[in-house]
Unconditional design. Structure first.
Length: 280
């Protein structure tokens, strides 16, 4: 963050409440103690980072929705088996607490909900996040000083070179925009492998070629242009810049090529397509 401030860069704070990333002892506590811990953690997190130059978006809750939903935009199902699920109304509580904590510091923050499989209106989970957003905004705890406690939705965008759901992306941006919400493309990378049931991510390895790099570049460029075109899309965040350090290579021990820079920091087609979109 010091580096970002020194160079006039914006940064995204990620994430206050995530089911996989909290101290083990908290998990076995009674609901009231869990809630007290979460509220205290939220206060400390906001106090530490809000107000710092360049703090742009705060991911308040991350991946709270169950996968594999078939929502038509009216229902949503919370992820099961998490340490937070027995805290009554934990979602509106943590969003509101973050707003209050920032206000107590004399500043304000943009509160985001962030999740995956929600970038295109074609998926049931995208309908679920729309329903969740409406519910949060109408909840008794869903406002603070007359304004919603949720400001936007982040689309985790871990996709691959087969991606073609552009119409659905625009529809989802506009659907959430109709609620007065911002959207951001977050965690953007475009792998050449695929997610395979029971195997996790299977990298493409030596199948990487000029054609795949060209398609990858088009995807990066198309989604960035779409974000620029839609007035409620306020950020485009890539999930890593350098192929060898990508999580798809470090976590899955494979040979994938999901970022704008190849080994040796060679600029790939994705770099030039994004540059073209920004200059247009």
């Amino acid at each position: 963050m010091d580096f970002a401030e020194q160079h006039g860069m914006l940064h995204r704070l990620h994430a206050i409440a995530w089911y996989r990333d909290h101290p083990g002892p908290v998990r076995g506590k009674p609901p009231a103690e869990k809630e007290a811990w979460l509220m205290d953690f939220t206060d400390k997190y906001v106090k530490r980072y809000a107000g710092r130059k360049g703090s742009y978006h705060f991911d308040i809750a991350n991946e709270a929705l169950q996968d594999g939903q078939s929502s038509d935009g009216t229902t949503w199902i919370e992820r099961k088996g998490t340490w937070m699920e027995d805290i009554p109304d934990w979602l509106p509580k943590v969003f509101r607490r973050a707003k209050i904590a920032a206000d107590n510091m004399g500043t304000s923050i943009n509160n985001y909900y962030n999740d995956f499989y929600i970038i295109s209106a074609d998926s049931g989970k995208s309908g679920a996040v729309y329903a969740l957003a409406k519910w949060l905004m109408k909840h008794p705890l869903g406002s603070y000083k007359g304004k919603p406690v949720v400001d936007g939705v982040g689309f985790q965008t871990h996709i691959d070179v087969t991606f073609e759901l552009y119409d659905g992306v625009r529809q989802q941006m506009r659907r959430l925009g109709s609620l007065g919400l911002e959207v951001s493309i977050t965690e953007m990378d475009v792998g050449c492998g695929q997610w395979v049931s029971g195997q996790g991510y299977v990298p493409c390895g030596e199948q990487w070629n000029f054609e795949k790099e060209y398609i990858q570049g088009q995807i990066y460029g198309m989604l960035l242009r779409m974000c620029i075109e839609e007035p409620n899309c306020t950020a485009f965040v890539i999930w890593g810049t350098y192929d060898p350090y990508s999580w798809l290579n470090t976590q899955f021990q494979g040979a994938d090529h999901p970022t704008p820079f190849a080994r040796g920091w060679k600029k790939k087609r994705a770099f030039f397509e994004m540059e073209k979109a920004l200059k247009a």
